[in-house]
Design a binder for this molecule. Structure first.
Ligand code: NAD
Ligand code: TYD
Length: 352
């Protein structure tokens, strides 16, 4: 029996993690603290609505009073911090909110966890753990060769990755200065069900289904290392259980692809499964993203060696599952693109 504070659990990875944990644990209760920004969607959690092991709290991770109240009420055994502003393009337009949520919010969580978990003798509540969900983007941009390892120096290049790197440094400082048991996980690009259609794969599925142009930044040859979200959730669960205190774990899918390869694959699958009119003629090369990182690729040898984790879902399988999911859940996609999903949570949480 344990209780975990999951922040950002109404977003893409957080909601997948809550559903994964409800399916794969018996006695774990998940308290889901989410501000419900544009990226938070309670419709992702319909399958968990009636489950007494999932408790939803609408609120901000920067709210110290709320955090103190929740730590007092629930006696958390662990924190898994997913809550963040997560989109690079938005960070280029509006960096301030990234510093606020990703840096100040992580600091507020660290302070609340320390206040609740550290005894007068400096010892922490037995078994307690603070798990910071970070990104490979903190390592910067790779050339054509090489991989990010846990020893790669931090060299973030976008406002988003700078804010995530700053948060990671605070988490590491809490371990070094105050002895807090922490882990930091750094994963590559996730894809799968419930991803907000501003990110590459769901955006391209949506556009290919609806005969809308598919915008490819620059020459389309930037490389990302794709990780199926369920594999990521399993990795986080393993790190929670067995990650050595103070350690960083890189989580990668061994699935490097160029963006143009992804876009053409999505067009082909949508063409075969749903819309025969989808074709490469919909591709539009557009102005490149400012400071666009060229390549990300993770060496996941450490988590494989220590926790026997390796990706179970290949890209070829995961992309078929993902396109299928979006086709089968056209209503979800439609409610997000139309903004109707906001009415759903307003009705559920604000009007009662
Ligand atoms: P997302 O944007 O889909 O979801 C973020 C969630 O956080 C939303 O539900 C939002 O409402 C919530 N949130 C935002 N600000 C908040 C605040 N101040 N207080 C409480 N809740 C708040 O993001 P995601 O793709 O699910 O990413 C989750 C985490 O994983 C992030 O920390 C991100 O940096 C990291 N990550 C994501 C990827 C990826 O490919 N998606 C890759 C590497 C790392
Ligand atoms: P994105 O999903 O935004 O993830 P990240 O920037 O965190 O890697 O983008 C993935 C890649 O796809 C990235 O190289 C930018 C590119 N991209 C496009 O070419 N067109 C688009 O419309 C989007 C959203 C992204």
């Amino acid at each position: 029996m344990n209780t975990i504070l999951v922040t950002g659990g109404a977003g893409f990875i957080g909601s997948n993690f809550i559903l994964y944990m409800l399916d794969n644990t018996d006695g774990t209760t998940l308290v889901n603290l989410d501000k419900l920004t544009y990226a938070g969607n309670l419709a992702n959690l319909r399958a968990a609505e009636q489950n007494p092991r999932h408790v939803f709290v609408q609120g901000d991770i920067c709210d110290a009073a709320l955090l103190a109240q929740l730590f007092g009420q629930y006696q958390f055994d662990a924190v898994v911090n997913f809550a963040a502003e997560s989109h690079v393009d938005r960070s280029i337009e509006n960096p301030g909110i990234f510093a606020q949520t990703n840096v100040q919010g992580t600091l507020a969580l660290l302070a609340a966890a320390r206040a609740a978990w550290e005894g007068p003798d400096g010892a922490y509540k037995p078994g307690a753990k603070f798990l910071q969900v970070s990104t490979d983007e903190v390592y910067g941009s790779l050339g054509p060769a090489g991989y990010f390892t846990e020893q790669t120096p931090l060299a973030p290049r976008s406002p988003y990755s700078a804010s995530k790197a700053a948060a990671d440094l605070f988490v590491a400082a809490w371990a070094d200065t105050y002895g807090m048991p922490v882990n930091i996980t750094r994963c590559s690009n996730n894809y799968g069900p419930y991803q907000f259609p501003e990110k590459l794969i769901p955006l391209m599925i949506h556009n290919a289904c609806n005969n809308i142009e598919l915008p490819v930044y620059g020459d389309g040859l930037n490389v990302r290392d794709w990780l199926y979200v369920e594999d990521h959730c399993r990795a986080i669960h393993l790190v929670l259980q067995g990650g050595r205190p103070g350690e960083v774990y890189n989580i990668g899918g061994h699935n490097e692809r160029t963006n143009i390869d992804i876009v053409k694959t999505v067009i082909r699958l949508v063409g075969e499964m749903a819309n025969p009119a989808a074709s490469d003629a919909l591709i539009r090369y557009v102005t490149d993203r400012k400071g666009h990182d060229r390549r990300y690729a993770i060496d996941p040898a450490k988590i494989d060696a220590e926790l026997s984790w390796h990706p179970a879902v290949s890209f070829d399988e995961g992309i078929v599952r993902t396109v299928r999911w979006y086709l089968d859940n056209a209503e979800w996609l439609q409610s997000v693109t139309s903004g109707a999903y906001r009415e759903y949570y307003n009705k559920m949480y604000n009007n009662r």
